[in-house]
Ligand binder design. Sequence first.
Ligand SMILES: Cc1ncc(COP(=O)(O)O)c(C=O)c1O
Length: 397
Amino acid sequence: MNTPNPISKRDPSNDRDWFDLATHWKLRSDTIYLNHGSFGLQPNVVRHHRRGWIDRLDEQPMDFYLRQMESALYEARASLAKFVGTSAANLVLIDNATYAMNIVANSFSLNPGDEVLINDHEYGAVHRIWQRACDAAGARLVSATLPDSFESKEQIVDCLTQSATSKTRLLVVSHITSATALIMPIEEICDAFHKQGIAICVDGPHAPAHVELSVENLKCDFYTASLHKWLCAPLGSGFLYVHPRFQNSIQPPVKSWGRLLPAIPETWDEEFTWIGSRDPSPFLSVPQAIGWIQDIGLDNFRERACWLASYTENCLRDLFNTQPIGDRNDGWYGAMTHVPLPPGDWSGLQKQLWEQIGIEVMIIQFKERWYVRVSHHLYNNQTQINTFIKAISRMTT
Ligand SMILES: Cc1ncc(COP(=O)(O)O)c(C=O)c1O
């Protein structure tokens, strides 16, 4: 188990300042993990903490469920709500962003002829979730085509607003996109749609810890997130934020008692406290993950991860002589980089990198072109990146 060394200022470009933090994870020694953006790893303190909760549950389930769990869940939720900038009453702990998005789709009222607006950078499963909801209601899912090159915030906001019509009831938009790793101008997008009276659902699993997040300041109506990514909380922890104006319409995914008996659920969020006998340890470990990254310093983490991402990006750009969709210097990327591969079919490259070198990285096809998406967290370093660059260079040139 580790707690961070109290080094107040670490140099983002100097690996030596960060080696102590790499020991906070138990990484498999055959792997160079450059895909935190898909499935995050938990530092030892969080894993250990979670095991403690599992032991408490397994050793005396009655005592755990009846006398310990509810207050611990409410504490965890309060800590998370503070971290993401809202009040606990507007937020429920949910397994992951996918689950949370399904809750929104199953609860949002759509009528025949209504439109839900997404765009062509949205996550595939989110597209499917809303296609199903629209089909069931006789509504239409409209996908805006974003430009090939991201030049300015206004350009993206305009592109989305121009795709809205008088029938648009809801905008579903990523805070940070999955296939393209772009940080969307989410404040400006929410502001523009809020002014038009169109409800907004932000798909935000890449945002917590990765970027500054104050959900309430965004003026969105729903915010969905997973916490296993950049916050490094356990898999199976996420949240759903709902603005008070929509809380009465929210349907829990599973109808159960809502609260532990004899309490009767009185508010929308209480319906989510007891949804059957299950292991709540991922939720209960969220405060530990928040505390761990706050001890390192969110700014320290972001500077280091962004420095590594920028280092990787420069190497890849030099290698392939290609340009990312947006300019990192204009704020389009954070701890992930996303660079076009040379023209060709690179469908086998991800497997090759894993099988030959032990590198986990995303090779993604997006709009007929292949890209490499590289994620960076505090266990990564320049030596790993150099190994990756050498390998991808050999396999692609
Ligand atoms: C933008 C986006 N939305 C939703 C998801 C789904 O997240 P989860 O699998 O944690 O539910 C992902 C996962 O990578 C994502 O990148």
